[in-house]
Design a protein around this ligand. Structure first.
Ligand code: GLU
Length: 551
């Protein structure tokens, strides 16, 4: 039996060769140094923050070098797959504006010339590459049963040896073609293993773009390349796909760092150029018991849906991810207010090699600043989009009072130091409910005035509305407040009151607090003048009447 016949026997029905496939996946026409990279998740559950972080970095690197970012679905482990896993990944990426240039765009459609981008649809491609190895005596069938593998493991454990299928433990490494044929004729099941040419005693060095120079032992494991269901293992699929798709950079979680010896060995066996690797450390979280990895299981903020549900603007999340990736981003962004995320150049060498802190309160702070820079229309649109899904009552009010709502969002917005109380759209109602009569008159309210004399409060409210109400400039308004204070025996200035407290009932601050509380039931609000201006005399009067009733 020739090697070719042997390969055909082991992997029948494959008519294309490695060369054929290389022709079908020509070199990409891109400028030098363009980064071609991918996000390659398995459809095994929701995308978590760590995944989104890696996808964000990958897309940004591709974009800033005029390269290509594609989405490949790694579904070779059929047992771990979840229903709607692919759609979930696509939606999460879309929601966070991680747009792809190529790859899977829905369960049933893909775009790009280097596909298919779903690994289970590429079985023949992997097998063609595996056949090449068999023909060159670099791969062989292994007929080990579960029990036999277990036996090997036990033996290694008892002799305190390294675990794995290698060297003298590689039972079928030297199986002859005839022996293999006999077993196959007997109906025995097999998988295909690499005949590793490596020696574990040897070391090799490589430069990881994030972790720096790393030295690892050379791989000597005869790893599985094709499983019994005919699908490849992760390692083998990585080689085949990233070679054919011309990936220049593999950006992935550092749990894969220890697999680099296997990967570079595979690339070198085929004589292919290996991609550059950038291994990203897990995101970290500070807890009472110290710093630990952000956990999919324990931390709600690890799920990307958390941010959507709270209504944190996507842009704010992206700005934060950029800060986590390169901490110099924050300062740059502050100094370049006219620039966007796309103008910033992300660098691999500035990514933390040990794991960056992921801190939701910091993210909210970034979000607050981000929202404070938006126009009233932009805030309105974000609020509308959020409440549409999460707060029907608020949504209806926003729709009904569109231009009024925009004015509400404009309070203290267009000024040197804009208002910064809003960090997520789930707080829209909590921060603005009192501006909507429909909500105001149905809520339970507590009025806490700076003075206790009810008659006095009534007098202040009535005198204001009857004699001092004015819609004019803020200065005019403030002067009227002072006049009102003086008329009722309060100091025009706080300073004046402090100098001679016995001569006054209080000061202008007390007067405005009475008005504020009567108008909103709150002791803290944004600028009272702007609120009054927006509400108008009639609504103010009605609220005062209501407040007086509640005294
Ligand atoms: N499917 C692998 C994972 O989900 C991808 C790793 C890689 O990017 O190469 O971890």
């Amino acid at each position: 039996m020739t090697n070719k016949e042997y390969a055909n026997m082991l992997l029948p029905g494959i008519d294309k060769t490695v060369e054929d496939y290389e022709k079908m996946y020509p070199i990409r026409d891109l400028k030098e140094n363009a980064i071609v990279t991918r996000f390659a998740p398995s459809p095994t559950g929701f995308v978590h923050m760590g995944g989104l972080f890696a996808a964000f970095i990958s897309r940004k690197m591709a974009k800033q070098t005029d390269g290509v970012f594609f989405l490949r679905i790694e579904d070779t482990d059929k047992k771990r797959e979840v229903e709607h896993g692919i759609e979930g990944i696509i939606t999460d990426l879309k929601n966070f504006q991680i747009n792809i240039d190529e790859g899977v765009i829905s369960q049933s459609s893909q775009m790009g010339n280097y596909g298919p981008y779903i690994q289970s649809e590429r079985k023949d491609v992997y097998q063609a590459f595996a056949k090449y190895l068999i023909e060159n005596d670099l791969a062989y069938p292994c007929f080990c049963t579960e029990e036999e593998l277990e036996e090997i493991r036990k033996k290694q454990e008892s002799q305190k040896e390294r675990l794995g299928y290698y060297g003298k433990y590689a039972k079928y490494r030297n199986i002859t073609k005839e022996e293999a044929k006999e077993k196959i004729d007997n109906g025995e099941k097999y998988i295909i293993r690499l005949k590793s040419p490596g020696n574990f005693e040897d070391k090799f060095k490589f430069k990881d773009l994030v972790k720096g120079v790393i030295e690892l032992p050379v791989n000597d494991l005869d790893i599985v390349i094709i499983k019994s269901d005919g699908l490849p293992t992760y390692h083998f699929a990585h080689l085949v796909d990233d070679h054919l798709m011309h990936t220049t950079h593999v950006i992935r979680g550092d749990e894969w760092l220890s697999s680099v010896p296997i990967h570079t060995q595979l690339f070198s066996i085929f004589g292919f150029k290996a991609p550059k690797y950038a291994h990203i450390a897990p995101l970290m979280k500070d807890t009472e018991n110290g710093r630990r990895k952000l956990s999919k299981r324990k931390d709600p903020e690890a799920a990307v849906s958390y941010y959507t549900e709270l209504g944190i603007p996507v842009e704010a999340v992206l700005l934060y991810l950029c800060t986590v990736a390169n901490s110099n981003f924050e300062g740059w962004y502050d100094q370049n207010k006219d620039k966007t995320l796309d103008d910033f150049k992300l660098e691999f060498s500035k990514i933390s090699s040990s794991g960056s802190l992921f801190d939701v309160s910091k993210l909210l702070n970034i979000s607050k600043n981000y929202i404070s820079r938006l126009t009233k229309d932009e805030v309105y649109n974000l609020a509308l989009e959020y409440t549409k899904n999460y707060d029907k009552e608020m949504y209806d009010l926003l729709v009904k009072y569109e231009s009024y709502s925009k004015s509400v969002f404009n309070i203290e917005r267009v000024q040197k130091k804009p208002r910064k109380d809003l960090s997520m759209m789930s707080e829209i109602k909590k921060l603005n409910w009192y501006m909507y009569d429909e909500l105001y008159y149905t809520y339970d309210k507590k009025y806490i005035y700076p003075i206790t004399d009810k008659k006095e409060i009534e007098t202040i409210l009535n005198t204001y509305i009857n004699e001092f109400y004015i819609i004019d400039s803020k200065d005019e308004w403030f002067n009227k407040m002072k006049d009102l204070s003086e008329k009722l025996g309060y100091a025009r200035e706080v300073k004046e009151f402090k100098e001679m407290p016995a001569s006054f009932k209080g000061h202008v601050g007390d007067i405005s607090m009475v008005l504020r509380v009567a108008l909103t039931s709150l002791n803290e609000t944004p600028d009272l003048y702007e609120i009054m201006n927006l509400m108008g005399k009639e609504r103010i009067l009605k609220r005062f009447e209501d407040a007086i009733k509640n005294l």
